[in-house]
Design a protein around this ligand. Structure first.
Ligand code: NAD
Length: 384
């Protein structure tokens, strides 16, 4: 019997990327639903998922990327395709991966020109129904947790308060800036390690969530910047100034500052200007989760970790989810499985209904064109 769909997974090629789009558990379920799953040999290595395990789950292993791309009805990836992968995409196939089309419309155009349909995982709408497919949330959860461990490891101090015969050690003071998905997980993790945690966000609605995790919400008397879909809006210049003045006091007394603030479609807001970091104590740490989007700290060097002249370790490591590749892949994989279930009919055939809210939000290219109006708009502006 012919498989319903051939789902193909190549090895990730971005340096340092250890995740795999589909783990063995998901392979097994998809094969059980009469799909064929083709995986490039070694694709799971970085996530402790061996070829044998994938084969035992029902996958067919192929030795080359070319064979995997050529087999695909649907190609599942974590990272957007790079220049060396684009020519391998099979015309008529569907690519499901992170793609950041709003900031990289050129890639969307190149995918359209290959006659490939693109579903961008970073464009899944933030609705209750789509939550199970939301890789931004699943991966941000991991980044938030990891950031706190990086801070704890880089700090020459303990996190918890200890009362011992050798004296009393005060708890570490951690400040979390941005209390979205990553920030809330950072708060929870730092609390579990015994730190005293403060957190701040421009969306005042998160105050209650912050407090329910046992942290103190830093109140700053500026406009509420809650935008649509749970995201933040950019602040006015006056509000930014007021925010910086108020935050400076909290930053200066913190042992670790974890920054997670993002505004969709913009460079990450700078919350820690250089002079604020210069007023931090020697031995303190900044972990900038927003490093990939330009960073929340002016002194962040994306992809690097270094010590400033005044002894502050600034960590701007990229792709924190990949550092916990086993669970990051498991969650990514589960998100993809839920998406596939959403876009296939009862016979397992792919049905991309452009009037469906979820499909509409993430369908970027189809039939050789960019069909997502907002992406088409940025692509047009880029050409003009
Ligand atoms: P995000 O990654 O875009 O931003 C992280 C946080 O930074 C946000 O909380 C934002 O308010 C904050 N921020 C932006 N500018 C700031 C500034 N100048 N100072 C301080 N903080 C600033 O957002 P996210 O974490 O992915 O999601 C934000 C919210 O969206 C979540 O808390 C949740 O309520 C909602 N959400 C809903 C769904 C869903 O319903 N499916 C899924 C994910 C998120």
């Amino acid at each position: 019997m012919l498989p319903r769909m051939i789902i193909a997974i190549p090895r990730e090629t971005v340096p340092g990327e250890k995740r795999i789009a589909l783990v063995a558990e998901s392979v097994k379920r998809l094969v059980g639903r009469k799909h064929e799953v083709v995986i490039e040999s070694g694709a799971g290595q970085g996530a402790e998922c061996s070829d044998e395990e994938l084969r035992a789950a029902g996958a067919r292993l192929e030795p080359t990327a070319a064979a995997v791309y050529a087999a695909a009805d649907v190609l599942l990836k974590v990272q957007p395709p790079g220049p060396e992968e684009l020519p391998l995409l099979k015309p008529g196939s569907v690519l499901v991966s992170l793609a950041y089309p709003m900031s990289n419309p050129k890639l969307a155009r190149a995918i359209a020109e290959r006659q490939v349909t693109l579903l961008a995982m970073d464009m899944v709408p933030r609705t209750t129904l789509a939550q199970m497919m939301d890789v931004l949330s699943s991966q941000a959860t991991i980044a938030g947790y990891r950031a706190v461990l990086l801070a704890a490891e880089a700090m020459p101090k303990l996190f918890p308060m200890l009362m011992t015969a050798a004296g009393t050690i005060p708890p570490a003071k951690v400040l979390v800036l941005g209390a979205g998905v990553a920030g809330l997980q950072a708060i929870a993790t730092a609390r579990r390690l015994g730190a005293v945690v403060e957190a701040y966000d421009v969306r005042k609605v998160v105050k209650e969530q912050v407090e329910s995790l046992g942290a103190r919400f830093v109140n700053i008397d500026i406009e509420d910047a809650a935008g649509s879909g749970g995201y933040a809006k950019e602040l006015s210049e006056e509000a930014k100034k007021k925010q910086a003045e108020a935050l400076a006091v909290h930053v200066a007394k913190s042992d670790a500052v974890i920054t997670t603030a993002l505004v969709p479609g913009r460079r990450a807001p700078v919350l820690l200007p250089a002079d604020m970091v210069r007023r931090m104590k020697s031995g303190s740490v900044v972990v900038d989760i927003a490093a990939e989007q330009g960073g929340n700290c002016e002194l962040t060097r994306p992809g690097e970790r270094y010590r400033t002249e005044n002894g502050v370790t600034v960590i701007g490591e990229k792709n924190l989810p990949s550092q916990l590749s086993v669970h990051a892949s498991a969650m990514f994989s589960r998100n993809l499985e839920k998406l596939l279930a959403h876009v296939t009919d009862k016979d397992g055939a792919l049905k991309l209904d452009a009037s469906d809210e979820i499909v509409k939000g993430m369908l970027i290219t189809r039939g050789g064109d960019i069909v997502h109006p907002a992406v088409a708009d940025v692509a047009m502006k880029e050409v003009a």
